[in-house]
Design a binder for this molecule. Sequence first.
Ligand code: GTB
Length: 215
Amino acid sequence: MTITITAFERSPDGGKGLARDTRVRWALEEVGQPYAVRFVSFAGMKAPDHLAIHPFGQIPTYEDGSLSLFETGSIVFHLAEQHAGLLPKERNARARAITWMFAALNTIEPPILELTTARIFEADKPWSEARLPLVKDRVRARLDCLSTHLGVADWLDDAFSAGDLLMVSVLLRLRMSGILDEYQNLAAYVARGEARPAYIRAYAAQFAINAPSAN
Ligand code: GTB
């Protein structure tokens, strides 16, 4: 049975790996599962056959035999449950790693998404410049706490886990804003994630499709 995921036919980020299929590719690489990719256009995402597997008409999706999933967090969690390498075996450590998955998606990502909206999609609004510092400070408020928790550790809770995979993926979206570099330990944490062979393979696979010179 071949695992098939979906990804943008052409990601708007031009290969920077910021679209969410990169998180799923990374998880698949970490657990050593081969996969195929079905590329979808923006129109195709809203077509009935895609909506049948993703009710919100987005990427990524995950199909394996009779199972089809959407939501990156759920897909990564499913992979982490099925295969060794992304969640510790010990019960409490496993629960803590899962907690970090939720923290990445529910506590850290929302203000970062808000910043993306403010910087890119609301840049032309008359109130945009006045609002931006508030939005940036909401991101910093979360990063202050995350940075304090991480301290000098390599990963959020002992060994690398799906919690780190999602947290690094979420933080990567901050790089262009310059805010990540205000936190030396978080910048180093993200670089550690990016240096993992599984991430390098995942990044390269999406880059081959999305880089301006591709195709
Ligand atoms: N909660 C869902 C999940 O985690 O899977 C969110 C999925 C989602 O937002 N998917 C986006 C999508 O399909 C792609 S990743 N958008 C099309 C649509 O909604 O019609 C978000 C994304 C898009 C582009 C960039 N970029 O170019 O930098 C980065 C991230």
